[in-house]
Write a protein that binds this ligand. Structure first.
Ligand code: AMP
Ligand code: ZN
Length: 300
């Protein structure tokens, strides 16, 4: 299946905010099975139209790999190309000439424009439309995490890929356009400013104290749950209500070495003040959120 026609994607750096912005006209064309369906649409009708369902593989962009690898029609997980990618894997790899100043509207001005090279994949977490990630067994969830790990390892072999983000939008209110359980992997040719700021902050903490700020995280009131290898907390200065960090006990710095994930329920709207200042207002104290989450955990 061909990719949607249109202008090629581009990354532009805003020299005021120091932020890279991805311009990707193809994204506007992506369908949504949340918006287009009436309330009377049945599960069967949804499945008939869903490209992520078993048997509809031909409606998807090309497959990268499936789990198990030679499972034929009996796959459990598929990692596929995004049909409406934010970045293009077919553009020239910019690693040789980074940063590409082409097309630069004002050469010599310091304006940074990068061709929109990158990878945008979809991970279909189950062949069955009605099954959500939370319905899977711990072992099956583990297989999804291992699929992320395998794909990140593949992407990290590209010299020009500087950062890989795995993310999952669950439900229309979290920004999802497809109801079939899936997540996405976006590999960028730049390190986003918020990520660099986090790394700089941790670096600063290390130089000041000789310690890793994640390892040093105080867990007493903030702990939700723990296992042999991980513990889950509400961070001390959580940006969002009921934000959760899952942190590995073993110190590691990359997700594909099974690093900590973040879970951020979208309970508040990022509005004018947050957009204007980057400073977030969280109505729930982290220690109160942790208490509620511990109670939910215990009542299950
Ligand atoms: P979300 O918007 O978070 O639900 O993610 C769904 C993703 O699936 C979007 O980024 C779409 O571009 C992508 N998508 C939609 N239809 C297809 C398809 N037929 N093949 C591959 N990717 C698709
Ligand atoms: Zn489906």
């Amino acid at each position: 299946m061909g990719s949607p026609q249109g202008r090629i994607p581009e990354l532009r750096k805003d020299s005021v905010t120091n932020r890279w912005v991805i311009f990707s006209p193809a994204r506007a064309k992506r369908p949504s099975d949340f918006k287009s369906k009436s309330p009377t649409t049945t599960q069967t009708q949804q499945q008939q139209d869903c490209p992520f369902c078993l048997g509809h593989e031909h409606q998807c962009a090309p497959e990268i790999f499936r789990v198990p690898p030679s499972s034929g029609p009996h796959w459990k997980i598929r990692v596929i190309e995004n049909l409406y990618p934010a970045l293009s894997r077919t553009l020239a790899d910019p690693s040789a000439q980074y940063p590409i100043l082409n097309p630069n509207p004002n050469p010599g001005s310091g304006v940074k424009v990068l061709g929109g090279f990158g990878f945008h994949d979809v991970v279909i977490e189950t062949p069955v439309h009605s099954v959500q990630l939370s319905d899977l067994s711990p072992q099956e969830v583990g297989e999804v995490l291992l699929a992320y790990k395998k794909r990140i390892e593949q992407l990290s072999t590209h010299d020009s890929i500087k950062f890989v983000q795995v993310f999952k939008n669950h439900g229309a209110s979290a920004g999802a356009s497809m109801s079939h359980s899936h997540s996405q992997i976006l590999a960028l040719p730049v390190v986003p400013a918020d990520v660099s700021a986090r790394l700089d902050s941790m670096n600063g903490f290390f130089h000041e104290t000789g310690k890793c700020s994640i390892c040093e995280v105080g867990v007493e009131d903030l702990l939700i749950d723990e296992s042999t290898h991980f513990f889950a907390i509400v961070p001390f200065a959580a940006t969002f209500p009921f934000e959760i960090w899952i942190i590995p006990r073993h110190h590691s710095s990359h997700f594909h070495e099974l690093d900590g994930a973040k879970i951020i329920p979208q309970l508040t709207v990022v509005a004018g003040f947050e957009i204007g200042t980057g400073c977030h207002i969280n109505p729930v104290f982290p220690e109160d959120a942790a208490k509620v989450l511990r109670e939910v955990q215990n009542s299950e």
